[in-house]
Design a protein around this ligand. Structure first.
Ligand SMILES: NC(=O)c1ccc[n+]([C@@H]2O[C@H](COP(=O)([O-])OP(=O)(O)OC[C@H]3O[C@@H](n4cnc5c(N)ncnc54)[C@H](OP(=O)(O)O)[C@@H]3O)[C@@H](O)[C@H]2O)c1
Length: 311
C-alpha cells in the first residue's frame, strides 16, 4: 500500500439502513478512503434519500437491490429487520456482509451465508443518539466481531481504520455482552435520572443538583480506572452502615416509595460485588442479611433508630 494512501482506500461498500449508526459508520469509512457504491433504504423513505445525498451515493431499495457490486454490505437496519434484509439481498449481493447489532451474531445473516457470502457482525460499543459524522469521534471505540474469517478480518480492518479496537464476541455470548452494555449505558443513566428526580422532588436546591452530575462523573471515572471497579463503590451500603441505610429507606418511604426496590437492589449489588473479591466485614454481612429480607427494612422509625449495627 502506498504510504500516503488512507487505510480503507479501494474498499467499496453498500450501506443498507442509513440511520444513526449506518450513516455514522459510512461517513467514517468515507473519511478513511472507502467509497460508498450505494445507499439502500426502505422503498420511498425520505430519510434514506436525504442520507444518500449527504453521503454522495446513489439511492437504492434494499428489497430489490440491483446496483453496483461492492466488497462490503454494511447492514445497519433495526435488529428485527436484519434477517429479512439478508433474505432480500441474497443472490443480489456477493461480497462480505456485516451487520452492526449487539445482541445477535452472524447467524442473523444466514440467507446471505447460504448464498455464498462471508458474513459477520461489527457492533460498535457506543451510543448513537444521533448521526455522528466526525471520524475522530470513533477513536477508542470497541467493536465486537464474529462470523466467518473473511468477515472478521474486514471488521478488524474497519476498526483499525477508525482508531478503535476489536475483538471476537461469539454468538453465544451476545445476549449477556449486550446486557452488560445496557447496564453500563442505560443502567447508569437510569440510576442518575432517579437520583436527579429524588433530589428535585425532595426540594434539594438547584446548585446541589448540578453537583450530583459532577459526583456521578467522578465516581464513574474512578470505577472505570480501578483494576476492580468494586473498589470504587462508595456510600453507606458498601461501608456496611446499616443505620444510615435504614434511615435513608425510612425517608424514601415518604419522598419516593417507588424507588425502594432500586435502592435495595443497588445496596445488595454493592455488597455482592465487594464479596466477589474479599470477605465482607461483620457490618457488611449484617447489612447484606438485612437486605436479603427487605420486609425488615419497613419497620417504623422508632424501631429503626434503636437498631444497632453489630460492630
Ligand atoms: N443507536 C445506537 O446507539 C446503536 C448502537 C450500536 C448499535 N446499534 C445497532 O445499529 C442498528 C441500527 O440502529 P440505529 O439506531 O441506527 O437505527 P435507526 O436510526 O432507526 O436507523 C435504522 C435505519 O434502517 C432503515 N430501515 C429500517 N428497516 C429497513 C429495511 N427493511 N430495509 C432497509 N432499511 C431499513 C431505517 O429507514 P427509515 O428511516 O426509512 O425507517 C433507518 O434508515 C441496529 O442493529 C442497532 O442495534 C445501535
Amino acid at each position: 500500500m502506498n504510504r500516503a494512501e488512507p487505510p480503507l482506500a479501494g474498499l467499496r461498500f453498500l450501506l443498507v439502513g442509513p440511520g444513526r449508526v449506518g450513516e455514522s459508520l459510512a461517513a467514517w469509512a468515507l473519511a478513511r478512503g472507502a467509497s460508498c457504491v450505494a445507499v439502500a433504504g426502505r422503498a420511498g423513505s425520505q430519510g434514506a434519500r436525504d442520507a444518500a445525498a449527504r453521503l454522495g451515493a446513489p439511492l437504492e431499495s434494499a428489497s430489490d437491490y440491483g446496483g453496483a457490486s461492492a466488497d462490503l454490505a454494511l447492514i445497519a437496519v433495526p435488529d428485527a429487520a436484519i434477517s429479512d434484509v439478508a433474505r432480500r439481498l441474497a443472490g443480489r449481493f456477493h461480497g462480505v456482509a456485516l451487520h452492526v447489532a449487539g445482541p445477535i451474531g452472524a447467524s442473523a445473516l444466514a440467507p446471505l451465508a447460504a448464498a455464498g457470502c462471508p458474513v459477520g457482525s461489527f457492533h460498535p460499543l457506543r451510543p448513537f443518539p444521533a448521526v455522528e459524522r466526525d471520524p475522530e469521534a470513533a477513536r477508542g471505540t470497541f467493536f465486537a466481531l464474529d462470523g466467518d474469517a473473511q468477515a472478521r478480518a474486514l471488521g478488524r480492518r474497519l476498526a483499525e481504520a477508525f482508531g478503535g479496537e476489536a475483538a471476537i464476541v461469539p454468538e453465544e455470548l451476545r445476549v449477556l455482552y449486550h446486557l452488560a452494555a445496557t447496564l453500563a449505558a442505560g443502567g447508569v443513566a437510569t440510576v442518575f435520572a432517579s437520583a436527579a428526580s429524588l433530589a428535585q422532588r425532595a426540594g434539594v436546591p438547584e446548585g446541589a443538583r448540578r453537583g450530583y452530575a459532577r459526583l456521578a462523573l467522578a465516581a464513574l471515572e474512578a470505577a472505570a480506572a480501578a483494576a476492580d471497579p468494586a473498589d470504587a463503590i462508595t456510600g453507606p451500603a458498601a461501608r456496611g452502615d446499616l443505620e444510615t441505610v435504614e434511615r435513608q429507606l425510612e425517608a424514601l418511604a415518604d419522598a419516593a416509595p417507588e424507588l425502594k426496590g432500586l435502592v435495595v437492589a443497588l445496596a445488595r449489588a454493592a455488597l455482592e460485588r465487594r464479596a466477589e473479591t474479599r470477605p465482607l466485614s461483620p457490618a457488611q454481612k449484617a447489612l447484606a442479611e438485612r437486605l436479603a429480607r427487605p420486609e425488615l427494612l419497613d419497620r417504623p422509625r422508632d424501631r429503626v433508630l434503636t437498631s444497632k449495627s453489630p460492630d
